[in-house]
Design a protein around this ligand. Structure first.
Ligand code: ZN
Length: 208
């Protein structure tokens, strides 16, 4: 028994993340968390091509009734998530700034009006973000960088690599669901019915 630990005023429950939050494999998208950091890097490297193929010929404003974000919004979220974590690992590696807070992905979505972003623009941004992420995360892995996350505790570069690769895979699955729904509603009504929903897209409040 660690005396005083539970009574500490600074103690608060750690936020679940990774396989403990989503299951292994992820109960939704099937992501296998046992992949190596190198494989996670490869997945993010391939992201722009994967997402480009996934949304080819689409408008970007397709919606699913259970999800608050449209197709282009998910692309923008994945981009911002990669940029955010790449920047944090760069800060720790270049200047030793290891303490990082969570971030509010829904506030960011609101501030950037994700649902109004052009799909072509979102894909353009994703390409640069994935490229910069691979550079930052490769260097962080090489130097054994670890962050201290306010809600999750220690986040090693390899944890970030897996988390971010999962985020991208998970939202590819969301986009597939949206597009399948759009195809179904087109089939039922002759033309696509767009419904709005304010349902949250993920249970995780502090950024993927
Ligand atoms: Zn998943």
């Amino acid at each position: 028994m660690i005396s005083g630990w539970w009574g500490s005023v600074n103690w608060h429950p750690m936020e679940l993340w990774g396989a403990r939050l989503y299951g292994n494999p992820c109960r939704d998208c099937g992501f296998d968390w046992s992949l190596t950091p190198r494989e996670a890097l490869g997945q993010v490297e391939d992201l722009p091509a994967r997402y480009g193929a996934l949304v080819k010929g689409r408008r970007g404003d397709e919606r699913h009734p259970d999800l608050a974000w449209n197709v282009a919004a998910y692309v923008s979220h994945v981009t911002d998530n990669l940029r955010n974590w790449a920047e944090r690992l760069a800060g720790a590696r270049l200047a030793g700034t290891r303490q990082v807070p969570g971030y509010d992905q829904d506030l960011l979505a609101q501030a950037r009006f994700y649902n109004d972003v052009s799909l072509a623009g979102a894909l353009w941004s994703l390409r640069w973000a994935a490229d910069a992420w691979v550079t930052s995360v490769s260097a962080a892995l090489e130097e054994g960088v670890a962050l201290e996350h306010a809600d999750r505790g220690v986040q090693r570069a390899e944890d970030v690599a897996r988390n971010n690769a999962h985020d991208a895979a998970h939202h590819a699955w969301d986009i597939e669901r949206i597009l399948a729904h759009a195809a179904r509603t087109r089939g039922m009504h002759g033309s696509e019915v767009v419904r709005r929903s304010n349902a949250p897209h993920l249970p995780d409040p502090s950024g993927d």
